[in-house]
Structures are given as structure tokens and as C-alpha cells.
Design a binder for this molecule. Structure first.
Ligand SMILES: [Zn+2]
Ligand SMILES: [Zn+2]
Length: 243
């Protein structure tokens, strides 16, 4: 990206922030869960979000009966070292994520990442960079934003870690939506759908950020592409884990 592009991007970002601030003044935000005015996600709703806890598979964060790796990860180890999630993808978390993704409530990125940071400490040592799960450019144009990029930017600010530019990891195929697909179907749906650029990722320890981890197939495919391009290690962080 050229310096001109960077400047245009940052001016656009400033304008966007300003217009959001004006809109918030004119139409005060309402809590996405209980619809109370005053904030995008109110303190009462934040306090009762379902956190992900109990014995979890150390690789894919799926709840397990006894501490240890889950049968699926034991049978086939994913490309990522591990994935960590803050919440269970249900109830208020699900409503907030859906509004954030599909109803244009992009202002939810900040409160959602604040909520995530409250229950999920940053990795120690910190990674070299964060990387958002990319959308295909046509779908991103349609939606107007990549929700995973908004989350990665917020998380990067919280952790003090930079976020790789969009060219570092691209989605080369407009994959069909994963919703409703089986584990195997999800895997073949996203297999080879991503391409990473060596100059951004070589030798780096990376954390890939997404909203929800369902089977881990998307994060697995991203990690595969990043490792193929020379990344040293890849882990995933998502706001929520679908069970
Ligand atoms: Zn609320
Ligand atoms: Zn597992």
C-alpha cells in the first residue's frame, strides 16, 4: 500500500469516526441485547455473557469430559497451535455477533473486544502480529466492512500488537457460507481458500482473529496458508466458541 493510500485510509477512518460520533449524538445507541438506550452493549448485559469455561481441549477449545486433547484433534491435529475463545456462542453473545456482522452495528467491535479482554488474557509472550480472517473482496464490498478486521484492530489496540495489512492473508475463493455445513463439508469448503504473502508473515508468530470458532475449519485453513508462506507459528483467538 502506498503512503497516499495510507493517508486516504486514515482520512476516511477519521471521517467515519466523526460521522459515527454525530450519529450517536442524534440517535443515542441502544444495547443490542436489551435495547436500553445509552450504549451499544450495556453493563448489565455484559456482566451475564456466557463465558467459555470448564475443561477445554487445549488445541480447539471444545469442552471435554476429562482434561486432555479432544478425539477430533487427536485424530487430526489442526495447523494452528491452539485457539482460544472468551464466550460461548449462544444467547446474548450470539445476538450481539449477528447484529455486529449482519445489521451494520460495527460500533460493537469495541465493547465486544473489551468483553473478550476481560476474560481472555493476551498470550505471553505477545505474538509478532495479529491477522484477521479475511472475507472475499466481493462479500466485503457487499457488507461494507470485514467484521474480523474490526475485531483484530480493537484487539491489537488492547494488546499493543500490530495488525497485518489485508494483503498479508487473502481469501481467494468466495466460499459458500459455513452455516449449516458439517465438519467435513466445512473443511473442504475452506480448504485452499486462503493465500498468504511471504513478505508479511515469514518467521512471525501470528494470532488469527475471528468472531466465532465453530469447527475450527476456517482458522485451520488460514493457519495452513500462513505456515505455508513461512509463518513460525499460528494460533487463533475468537470472541466466541460454538458448541
Ligand atoms: Zn443490555
Ligand atoms: Zn480439540
Amino acid at each position: 500500500m502506498t503512503p497516499e493510500h495510507n493517508l486516504i485510509d486514515s482520512v476516511q477512518e477519521q471521517v467515519r469516526r466523526l460521522s459515527h460520533a454525530v450519529l450517536d449524538l442524534l440517535f443515542p445507541p441502544r444495547c443490542v441485547v436489551c435495547h436500553r438506550p445509552g450504549s451499544h452493549l450495556c453493563a448489565d448485559c455484559l456482566a451475564v455473557l456466557p463465558t467459555l469455561s470448564g475443561p477445554l481441549c487445549p488445541v480447539c477449545a471444545l469442552p471435554v469430559e476429562a482434561p486432555g486433547i479432544c478425539p477430533r484433534c487427536a485424530a487430526r491435529r489442526p495447523s494452528f497451535t491452539r485457539v482460544r475463545s472468551g464466550y460461548v456462542y449462544e444467547g446474548a453473545v450470539r445476538r450481539a455477533v449477528l447484529a455486529f456482522k449482519y445489521n451494520g452495528r460495527r460500533a460493537l467491535a469495541a465493547p465486544l473486544v473489551d468483553a473478550l479482554s476481560a476474560v481472555l488474557p493476551p498470550p505471553s509472550p505477545l505474538p509478532d502480529a495479529l491477522c484477521a480472517v479475511p472475507m472475499h473482496h466481493l462479500r466485503e464490498q457487499e457488507r461494507g466492512y470485514n467484521h474480523a478486521k474490526l475485531l483484530a484492530d480493537e484487539l491489537g489496540r488492547c494488546w499493543g500488537v500490530r495488525v497485518l495489512p489485508g494483503e498479508a492473508l487473502r481469501r481467494t475463493q468466495p466460499t459458500t457460507r459455513q452455516v449449516g455445513l458439517s465438519y467435513q463439508a466445512r473443511q473442504s469448503n475452506v480448504k485452499g481458500a486462503f493465500e498468504a504473502e511471504r513478505r508479511f508473515v515469514e518467521g512471525k508468530v501470528l494470532v488469527v482473529v475471528d468472531d466465532v470458532c465453530t469447527t475450527g475449519a476456517t482458522l485451520d485453513a488460514c493457519a495452513m496458508a500462513l505456515l505455508r508462506a513461512g509463518a513460525a507459528a499460528v494460533e487463533g483467538v475468537t470472541l466466541a466458541r460454538a458448541l
